[in-house]
Design a binder for this molecule. Structure first.
Ligand code: SF4
Ligand code: SF4
Ligand code: SF4
Length: 327
């Protein structure tokens, strides 16, 4: 059971940032937003794989998890989440598939909806992670730090759309108490963090435009412009808008000819894992209690500090070099 100084530093700073973040929980309108016009999406029915999905997989392939096997369940669970044998699955979100194209049938007509992280303005996933493994970036994207994530899935529990997906057998928990704490690492769309920081558009946006040209489903740009365009089209074309008020506002807006209540009903009927509820309140805004959250974070800090201390003292006792050792 080994831990590196870097790991210790990451955990400490993660926990500290978790504490700070929870004391500053408020909505942040990031720089960018995406408009997803589902009136234009045909699900890439003429293609082998939807182009947006293919581009995302290509863009992120190097970051996909390579679990260490055999994977052990951790107490008290008897199961774990392992998608590594189903890497080719593209019809849902997995740690290996960060966007998928959902189908809803309404009055005999198929509607196709590309689904990925909404990049909320006040993201419960960021505020809810006890280890501070998620951050909200100035560009508007919420990002998981895979080096800090224990895979407890709190981010998925608090996400109104259950977006982050867990892979067991990877991550920092393997270096600590793998039988007792952690479940892997959570994965999701980060809005192509590296690309947008360089001023490039996300890979899914580019791929759809290469196929559909001026009629592309995604429009990516400055948030004010995207919100303006979405509201203008809603009014002028009598469309329905989703994502502007849900969960207190997001960086992902959907436009549809069909009301989102009907889409959500169709998804419920087909027992889809991912729904589109219209009435989504932001739990952080409605239940935020800075004192309670701070106490909770300090509890986690103490717990993790004790674990880390125990591990380091065990390593020193073994007479090993406590600096860096890899499995
Ligand atoms: S969003 Fe574009 S690339 Fe993705 S399935 Fe729809 S048409 Fe194809
Ligand atoms: S959609 Fe879910 S995972 Fe994405 S930012 Fe919002 S709460 Fe987090
Ligand atoms: S923004 Fe990037 S990471 Fe997110 S779904 Fe699109 S290609 Fe994938």
């Amino acid at each position: 059971m080994d831990i590196t100084r870097r790991g210790f530093f990451l955990i400490s700073t993660g926990l500290l940032s978790s504490l700070i973040i929870k004391e500053n929980a408020h909505a942040v309108e990031g720089r960018y937003a995406t408009l997803v016009d589902i009136t234009r999406c045909d699900g890439c029915s003429s293609e082998q794989i939807p182009k947006c999905v293919e581009a995302c997989r290509e863009q992120n392939r190097k970051r996909f998890p390579e679990p260490k096997k055999p994977i052990l369940p951790y107490w008290p669970r008897k199961t774990y989440e392992d998608w590594s044998d189903r890497r080719d699955k593209i019809d849902t979100l997995t740690p290996y598939n960060w966007i998928f194209v959902q189908k809803a049938t309404i009055e005999g007509r198929d509607i196709f909806i590309p689904r990925r992280c909404m990049h909320c303005d006040n993201p419960p996933c960021v505020r809810g992670c006890p280890f501070g493994a998620l951050t909200k970036r100035p560009q508007g994207n919420s990002v998981i730090n895979e080096g800090l994530c224990f895979g407890g899935a709190k981010c998925r529990d608090v996400c109104p759309w259950h977006i982050p997906q867990r892979q067991a057998g990877v991550g920092i928990y393997l270096h600590m108490l793998p039988k007792y704490a952690g479940g892997g690492v959570m994965y999701k769309c980060d809005l192509c963090k590296d690309r947008i920081e360089k001023g490039e558009e996300p890979a899914c946006v580019v791929a759809c435009r290469q196929r559909l040209k001026d009629n592309a489903v995604f429009t990516f740009g400055e948030r004010r412009d995207i919100y303006g365009l979405a509201k203008q089209r809603k009014k002028k074309e009598g469309l329905y808008l989703y994502g502007d008020i849900q969960n207190g506002g997001t960086s992902t807006l959907y436009l549809s000819k069909v009301p989102f209540e009907a889409i959500n009903r169709a998804l419920i009927e087909k027992k889809d894992r991912f729904k589109m509820p219209v009435d989504v309140k932001n739990k952080i805004q409605t239940t935020f209690n800075p004192i309670g959250k701070a106490v909770l974070s300090m509890g986690f800090m103490g717990m993790a500090g004790a674990i880390v201390g125990a591990i380091i003292s065990k390593r020193v006792h073994k007479g090993g070099d406590e600096d860096v050792r890899k499995d």
